[in-house]
Ligand binder design. Structure first.
Ligand SMILES: [Zn+2]
Length: 231
């Protein structure tokens, strides 16, 4: 998970729909703005261009809490797999609230070896919000409850992550190995693009940079500002 700034004020349809008996929180203005604000990717697993999109209620509404149901701040863009596994768990770190610090409270990496790759997601503080968020991310990676469909979706998502990280690793190695200034400039621009929250699996890419002193020196300022906040 990485920080996303949501656009305010709230969308017009939410106020009018909330007064109707069977009002919808999925009007086109809401869908379009959520897709833009969340950069067209699931806020939990960070998969891009997902086919099965859900509008997710960050704090569960259970059809009885109409404030939560129509509250713009509570509507998130998630894939079906993550929405289903997250379900009504709370409290969690909120990736649209900068002070919640999703970027610095959860660490991600691929533990590579010749036998298998392992996705590692770990909490960097002891708060209940961080612990719950990490547990959801682990369940999403594993496909929770051993349901076969979840397992298949989890495997497919993990394969996308491996492909993306393999490309990113190779890009970083090319940048540091290149002696051609022009090519190095191209690689640098691409790395910066990949570190923005628009790219898939940004949290993994950012930690890949932050966990290596050489990469960190060169690229950290594209991730973290002088106050230690994510840019
Ligand atoms: Zn997802």
């Amino acid at each position: 998970m990485v920080f996303f700034a949501k656009t305010y004020p709230a969308l017009g349809s939410l106020a009018s729909e909330s007064t109707k008996e069977n009002g919808s929180y999925k009007e086109p203005d809401v869908i379009n703005q959520l897709q833009k604000d969340f950069k067209n990717k699931c806020y939990i697993c960070e998969t891009k261009d997902i086919e099965a999109i859900n509008i997710e209620h960050f704090a569960p509404h259970k059809n009885i809490n109409l404030i939560r149901k129509f509250q713009w701040a509570n509507l998130f863009w998630a894939c079906n797999h993550c929405n289903h596994i997250k379900s009504d768990r709370e409290p969690l770190l909120n990736c649209t609230v900068k002070s919640d610090g999703v970027d610095r409270k959860i660490r991600y990496f691929l533990d590579d070896n010749l036998i298998n790759n392992k996705v590692v997601i770990e909490a960097l503080d002891g708060s209940i919000e961080t612990q719950n968020s990490v547990q959801i991310l682990i369940d999403i990676d594993n496909g929770t409850n051993h349901k076969s469909l979840n397992k298949i979706q989890a495997k497919s998502q993990r394969n996308r992550l491996y492909d993306e990280m393999s490309d990113f690793t190779s890009l970083v190695l090319k940048y540091f190995g290149s002696e051609d200034e022009e090519k190095q400039g191209d690689y640098q621009r691409e790395i910066i693009k990949q570190l923005s929250n628009k790219s898939a699996f940004t949290a993994f890419k950012r930690w890949f940079i932050k966990d290596n002193p050489k990469y960190k020196t060169q690229f950290e300022h594209y991730i973290i500002d002088k106050q230690g906040n994510t840019v």
